[in-house]
Design a protein around this ligand. Structure first.
Ligand code: ZN
Length: 389
């Protein structure tokens, strides 16, 4: 790995330009007038950000890069579930080629770390895991992809699913155990968490649960997950995706839950998709709870929406959360960078000395400007290697 000198870089929060020396996959030095190396890139005063982390997506379902597939699913939730479950084979889902096309696209937009929730169900077994793994292997050295064993169609309510999740974890196809609506879908929250946390303990993996349940039911499930995390010594290894109920709760209850999340070091991931509630970003910050961001579905059988761009996602989160001050807009960007890395248990990355050199360079002067303008990405580095330019 040759050293790379990035000349005339603008770092977040600064006004004066500097140089960055990238060596051994890390940012090794920073300062003006660093000596020239064998490889040098003039950034021309552009802003250097930490590369993006998509902490919640569904690569296995994507149709990206293929011919347009008209969505003919009905309007109800059950229609969408049936459609994605029964017609995936007809549209070639999951496809390593489609997933590879999407991964190439997101890397070009500055994403270098991905956690994806891969469907598990007896009708199609672990097919999605093999497709995602194959695509990720083709993109090795550009992006890392972590797979969650995700019971999209239920676990207790879909016999055979828990056994397949265990198989995915045992064989290393999945690195994280998932879960879904312990009460609303599964109708037995205690037993659902018994199985999910049991699999986590057995295989030594983190937990990442989808929680769509709304209102007081969903808020109560937050309590259950916080309690379970503390009781099982899983502090720092649990993530809740969507978690709309936290957006529904009144301010006092939001604070109470956010403090519980901080104590248990549970990360929450917001996608700000559709009209669903965004999480209370300022309350989470005040409580010291970690917020990450993700794209959720990207042009798939479930939804034709999504473009894979985490900077656009940060913009969407900021707008939906009604963040106006630059310092608040920066929180939405942090969710798409450092917050995601923390949720995934990754070491610090970004343009600070000693950090992993996963970087993205944009035509902007400040972080808030980058979020609002969503400018082109002129350079992307993965562990110090140029992966898009
Ligand atoms: Zn999801």
């Amino acid at each position: 790995m040759t050293d790379l000198l990035l000349r005339d870089a603008l770092l977040p929060g600064r006004t004066a330009l500097t140089d960055l020396l990238v060596s051994g996959g890390r940012v090794a030095a920073e300062g003006t007038g660093l000596p020239s190396g064998p490889q040098e890139i003039d950034l021309g005063g552009r802003l250097v950000l930490p590369a993006f982390v998509d902490a919640h997506c569904h690569l296995d379902k994507t149709l990206w890069g293929g011919p347009w597939v008209p969505n003919t699913a009905g309007p109800r939730l059950q229609d969408k579930i049936d459609y994605t479950r029964t017609r995936r084979g007809e549209f070639g889902v999951a496809s390593a080629d489609r997933i590879e096309a999407l991964l190439r696209h997101v890397v070009s937009l500055g994403t270098t770390r991905v956690r994806t929730h891969t469907d598990v169900s007896p009708e199609f077994g672990l097919q999605g895991f093999h497709a995602v793994r194959e695509a990720a292997e083709r993109l090795a050295g550009h992006v890392t992809v972590e797979q969650v064993a995700f019971p999209q169609y239920g676990m207790l309510t879909n016999p055979g699913t828990a056994e397949l999740m265990a198989e995915a974890l045992r064989t290393g196809l999945a690195q994280v155990v998932g879960g879904i609506d312990p009460a609303g879908l599964e109708r037995d929250p205690v037993r659902h968490l018994d199985v999910v946390f049991g699999l986590a303990a057995e295989h030594g993996v983190p937990v990442d649960l989808h929680l769509h349940d709304r209102g007081t039911l969903g808020a109560w499930e937050y309590d259950l997950i916080i309690e379970r995390t503390l009781a099982t010594g899983m502090r720092g290894r649990v993530t809740i995706g969507h978690g709309y109920a936290l957006g529904d709760a009144d301010p006092a209850r939001q604070t109470e839950i956010a403090r519980g999340l901080a104590e248990a070091e549970i990360s929450v991931v917001t996608c700000a998709a559709h009209s669903d509630p965004v999480l209370p970003i300022l309350t989470l910050r005040d409580a010291g709870a970690n917020l990450a961001a993700g794209n959720d579905g990207i042009r798939d059988l479930w939804s034709p929406y999504g473009d894979g761009d985490m900077l656009a996602r940060a913009h969407r989160i900021a707008e939906r959360a009604e963040l106006y001050a630059d310092a608040e807009i920066e929180l939405a960007l942090a969710a798409a960078t450092h917050g995601g890395a923390r949720a995934l248990g990754l070491p610090a990355h970004g343009p600070t000395v000693g950090s992993v050199a996963d970087l993205v360079v944009v035509e902007a002067r400040t972080q808030a400007e980058a979020v609002m303008s969503r400018p082109a990405r002129t350079l992307v580095l993965f562990e110090g290697t140029v992966v898009a330019q």
